[in-house]
Design a protein around this ligand. Structure first.
Ligand code: MN
Length: 315
């Protein structure tokens, strides 16, 4: 997806891990894309990064009988990976390298932008009439952000069976399971399912920071009911968190990773380090350089919004 309502100036994303365990609720900020409800869960004031995860939108659920609720025209990315994870329905990815990725529930579409790539995302004409998903971005560390662009699709992700439920490893690693998705820093992105009336001990790396987003059912942590579509920042220093689904199956997203340790500069669909770098990427997109063409998309590409290169105050 594209950040459709960027602020005119870049926002610094500071890695600010809590030094201890936390359970801090950050409700999603609701917006709307032509009738498709979108909740922005990252970045938020006070929480810009969780490990290398720098962006998280949850969209839908939506039922539709015609049209294309997802129709994001070609747009550029730099300095990040897009992690697309669908809970219901279908989205087709096309990019400037010529990759086409038809995605659905359980399928990881992973695009590494590196120096620059362009892509589009659309609801296919053959669809289930349902749409719900998660769009995440991973910031690439300094040592790897110049990597050539690439696209991967993974349909057979590892599942960690635990007493009380199971965990699908979407990105990075959890316990002894590792996603085949190419990762450039230590991280986890996982889809956690808890059985009705069950209790699950979710293993965590105490050196990492983590967050949970309840996606369905009713889940509890540390005696507290967790709200759907809310990001719960867990801090660091946890070897596990005990989750319960008291009366119905529950589903949660887990994200986390080693504290990123670098301050990123985010604007529109770019993750950079300086305003000059953003200006250059914007200019290259506007003049048709660097990012190539998404030949498979029938229609106009997105124009870059105005950018104000104001001085960035770094804490
Ligand atoms: Mn995108």
């Amino acid at each position: 997806m594209s950040d459709l309502s960027p602020s005119p100036a870049a926002e610094p994303g500071v890695s600010a891990p809590s030094s201890r365990p936390a359970l801090e609720a950050l409700p999603g900020r609701l917006s709307d894309l032509l009738g498709l409800p979108i909740r922005r869960l990252l970045p938020r004031a006070g929480r810009r990064l969780v490990g290398p995860w720098c962006f998280l939108d949850s969209y839908g659920p939506l039922g539709f009988i015609s049209g294309k609720p997802m129709d994001v025209a070609p747009h550029p990315h730099i300095g990040l990976q897009t992690v697309s994870w669908l809970l219901e329905g279908e989205v087709v990815h096309n990019d400037s390298l010529g990759f086409r990725g038809a995605g659905g529930p359980g399928v990881l579409n992973l695009m590494t932008a590196g120096l620059g790539i362009a892509h589009s995302e659309e609801t296919p004409s053959a669809n289930s009439g349902r749409l719900r998903g998660l769009q995440l971005w991973v910031a690439l560390p300094e040592a790897h952000r110049g990597t050539p662009p690439s696209f991967e699709q993974h349909r057979d992700l590892p599942v960690l069976a635990l007493d009380g439920g199971s965990v699908t490893i979407v990105m990075g690693s959890l316990s002894d399971r590792r996603s085949p998705g190419r990762a450039f820093s230590p991280m986890v992105g996982a889809d956690v399912a808890i059985g009705a009336g069950r209790r699950l001990q979710l293993p965590l790396d105490p050196e990492w920071e983590h967050a949970l987003v309840p996606l369905g059912g009713r889940a509890r942590a540390e005696g507290q009911d967790l709200a759907i579509e809310t990001l719960y920042y867990l801090g660091t220093g946890r070897r596990e968190i005990v989750l319960e689904a008291p009366d119905e199956p529950a589903r949660l997203l887990l994200i986390g990773g080693a504290p990123f340790g670098e301050t990123v500069l985010m604007w529109w669909n770019f993750v950079a380090r300086s305003s000059d770098e953003i200006l250059a990427a914007r200019e290259d997109w506007e003049t048709g350089r660097r990012f190539g063409t998404v030949a498979a998309y029938a229609g106009e590409r997105l124009a870059a919004p105005p950018f104000v290169a104001r001085p960035v105050t770094r804490p």
